[in-house]
Design a protein around this ligand. Structure first.
Ligand SMILES: Nc1ncnc2c1ncn2[C@@H]1O[C@H](COP(=O)(O)OP(=O)(O)O)[C@@H](O)[C@H]1O
Ligand SMILES: Cc1ncc(C[n+]2csc(CCOP(=O)(O)OP(=O)(O)O)c2C)c(N)n1
Ligand SMILES: [Mg+2]
Length: 320
């Protein structure tokens, strides 16, 4: 049988090798210089078997699909404006109810974040796939690259730690011994994520590098570290103290929860020390949870991510 390959290798083949990667080519969204500014483009698809969690409605899946793509635009310092949607539906599920639910999810995402549906495609497939392409505009592109030695590492957003807890419940069928409100919050973060869409746009001038955390915080930090040839030394974690205590009391590891979740839709990146206060102020004004969690150091060899001196395992979500 032919040898199977992982997600990264698959992407490498589909894109064709581009070495060294030029600005924006291996990034959350691609910046096209156009029309006197920057047009950002990012496709992102979801499928029933990979993304529809138990108990989740098609409206919620559709909303999340749009926000997932919009998040990649936002984290590049852009303003998401337009999106296209391709909906592939199995013929036996092609009911008015299902399409109406998807439409509702799109409409909610669009209303919450000021997005406009401009085109799409509808077709049939063995399972439901919703493929969104988000587009937006930016004045300055915040790349995954651009970090410097001595930068501070920041994290901003709502989902950190919660999504991991939600997966324990929904995917592993566990009943962690935490108060109901933590489980409810965890499910809410998975079913109805909040995405900091205005944060990076407002902070585009002062952020050196950033990336959207959708495959987990640890792998996101490794990716940033590697691309910037820096080590990341964490001293803090983007975790609510309440949640941290609740997880510990339930015998769960808060470090594991915050580092190995996924679908947080938070912004993670590097900022110069002198710009920290300004960045904090943007987060406060936008009411977005914000943490300075560590700093960068010149890497000697392959990039390292540590928490209080201990090397973190490089694990995260991959599709195959
Ligand atoms: N089928 C594909 N064809 C071309 N580029 C792709 C393909 N799949 C992924 N990419 C690009 O590869 C890069 C890495 O993807 P990834 O790290 O998964 O980003 P994201 O988590 O934002 O999807 C991105 O720039 C993405 O646009
Ligand atoms: C049924 C189900 N199983 C598992 C997950 C968890 N999960 C699915 S995709 C994913 C990672 C992010 O998705 P992707 O589409 O790769 O986002 P991108 O990195 O491309 O922005 C995670 C953690 C889920 N949401 N639903
Ligand atoms: Mg991807």
């Amino acid at each position: 049988m032919a040898r199977r390959i992982g997600e990264k290798d698959a992407i490498g083949i589909l894109r064709g090798a581009v070495i060294p990667p030029s600005i924006g080519l291996y990034d959350d969204a691609y910046p096209v210089r156009c029309c006197g500014g920057i047009l950002l483009i990012k496709p992102d698809a979801v499928a029933r078997s990979t993304d529809l969690l138990p108990g989740m409605g098609l409206d919620q899946l559709a909303r999340k699909a749009v926000l997932g793509a919009a998040s990649d635009i936002a984290v590049k310092g852009g303003r998401p404006r337009w999106y296209t949607s391709s909906v592939m539906m199995p013929p036996e599920e092609a009911t008015e109810e299902n399409f109406t639910a998807i439409r509702e999810g799109f409409a909610r995402a669009a209303a919450e974040y000021g997005l406009e549906l401009v085109a799409g495609d509808t077709g049939s497939a063995r399972e439901l796939v919703i493929d969104i392409t988000a587009m937006g505009t930016a004045e300055r592109f915040v790349g995954r690259m651009g970090g410097a030695e001595g930068d501070r590492v920041f994290a901003a957003g709502w989902g950190f730690g919660y999504t991991w807890l939600g997966y324990r419940v929904l995917l592993l069928g566990e009943r962690p011994e935490v108060e109901d409100r933590y489980v409810e919050a965890a499910l809410r973060h998975l079913y109805e994520p909040r995405v900091p869409l205005r944060f990076d746009e407002r902070a585009a001038e002062i952020i050196n590098a950033a990336m959207d955390s959708s495959d987990g915080l640890a792998t996101t930090l490794y990716e940033l570290a590697e691309l910037n040839m820096l080590d990341v030394e964490l001293e803090d974690l983007p975790l609510d103290p309440d949640l941290e205590a609740a997880l510990s009391n339930a015998g769960l590891d808060p470090l594991e929860a915050v580092l190995y979740g996924g679908e947080e839709y938070g912004a993670v990146g590097f900022v110069s020390e002198r710009a920290i206060d300004q960045l904090k102020e943007v987060a406060e004004q936008e009411r977005i949870p914000f943490w300075i969690i560590g700093k960068t150091r010149r890497s000697e060899g392959s990039a390292n991510v540590t928490f209080k001196g201990r090397k973190l395992a490089r694990r995260g979500w991959t599709h195959f």
